[in-house]
Design a protein around this ligand. Structure first.
Ligand SMILES: Nc1ncnc2c1ncn2[C@@H]1O[C@H](COP(=O)(O)OP(=O)(O)OP(=O)(O)O)[C@@H](O)[C@H]1O
Ligand SMILES: [Mg+2]
Length: 322
């Protein structure tokens, strides 16, 4: 197993009280695999990724029964040790390249910096050459020219390519792509996703693909994990989750897709009523029960846990096949 997470919990101390943002999160990723993470805004996708990068703010309280990357414990790492892993073994592409790229340095310099940190085997000349190679690899024309550009001189799609070049510079084993194409228009989005797939196949790299777009995950992920209020509520192969969802919430997400998806699995339910819970005041029982059309008494009195089947669901009354 490349990444193995068991019962990860994440709390934030805030002036308004304790936010239990991630609750008993367990999942794993194998080498070369793509895990799609979906769920509404605020369900904990980004902070899960920040935890995997060792980039949580000081106010975060992280615990886990297991948080292992290639068999080594990430929980006990000191910042110095994180710096060796971050950007080298585990790299991340952020949603908005404009905030992730530094406006004061050329994009070439920023990629070179990553190489300087992690590829001590390369000379300065070799590093420079390698930057051009990387820019070329991510489909940036005239890389020697482009390397001298600043982020604001590039289009959104080009900046995103630069971020990808930086992320893959050290051939990471795990690439975390947090909404990598949300800021881009649809054609560019497809190109970027294809690029990520190509790189992945070439390097046998594992990928976490975070998106709120179920169409994107269904086409690009091997497995999908659906999150709700900081918990995994369903997880399975893309085929299973998209075509035979078991959790009423997953079904609701699929039903609320605009008319560009596969419509064969639509049910009469057209969208999910109600709101995600305030994580300071979680409902008792199933977190989704106040919004669920299948909710019964049991759902608010006890908490369903993920079952241990391949296609996992945490629901007392899961939907049946078909
Ligand atoms: N520094 C922080 N202090 C307190 N709470 C935080 C902090 N960062 C995140 N949270 C809370 O953790 C929860 C999950 O946030 P996160 O950013 O992971 O959501 P997300 O699923 O990535 O949402 P989106 O789809 O909008 O990107 C939210 O309720 C958020 O308010
Ligand atoms: Mg996010």
């Amino acid at each position: 197993m490349l990444l193995d997470v068991k019962n990860l919990n994440l709390k934030f101390q805030t002036s308004k009280g304790v936010i239990h943002a991630i609750r008993d999160l367990s999942f794993n990723i194998k080498q070369g695999e793509t895990l799609g993470i979906v769920g509404e805004s605020g369900c904990g996708k980004s902070i899960t990724n920040l935890a995997l990068m060792g980039l949580l703010p000081d106010t975060a309280d992280l615990t886990a029964d297991k948080l292992e990357f290639e068999g080594s414990d990430l929980l006990s790492l000191k910042e110095k040790q994180w710096q060796k892993i971050r950007g080298a073994d585990i790299a991340m592409i952020f949603q908005d390249p404009m905030t992730a790229l530094n406006p004061c340095f050329t994009v070439g310099y920023q990629i070179e910096e990553t190489l300087e940190l992690h590829r001590k085997d390369l000379s300065k000349e070799e590093r420079k050459e390698f930057v051009f190679e990387l820019l070329d690899q991510v489909g940036i024309p005239a890389p020697r020219e482009r390397a001298k550009s600043y982020a604001h001189e590039l289009s959104g799609g080009m900046s995103q390519r630069v971020m990808i070049a930086q992320a893959i510079a050290c051939n990471p084993k795990l690439l975390i792509a947090d909404e990598p194409t949300t800021a881009l228009d649809v054609t560019i989005q497809d190109q970027i996703l294809k690029l990520l797939k190509d790189i992945q196949a070439k390097n046998n790299m594992a990928m976490i693909l975070v998106t709120h777009d179920l169409g994107v995950v269904s086409e690009n992920a091997d497995r999908i994990q659906v999150m709700y209020a900081g918990e995994v509520i369903e997880s399975g192969t893309s085929e299973e989750v998209i075509h035979s969802p078991k959790h009423p919430y997953t079904r609701g997400l699929l039903d609320s897709l605009p008319g560009n998806g596969d419509t064969s699995f639509r049910a009469p339910l057209s969208s999910i009523s109600g709101m995600v819970p305030d994580l300071r005041f979680r409902p008792s029982g199933c977190q989704f029960n106040p919004r669920c059309f299948k909710s019964k008494e049991e759902c608010s009195s006890s908490r369903p846990m993920l079952n241990q089947e391949d296609h996992q669901v945490s629901c007392f009354f899961p939907l049946s096949e078909g």
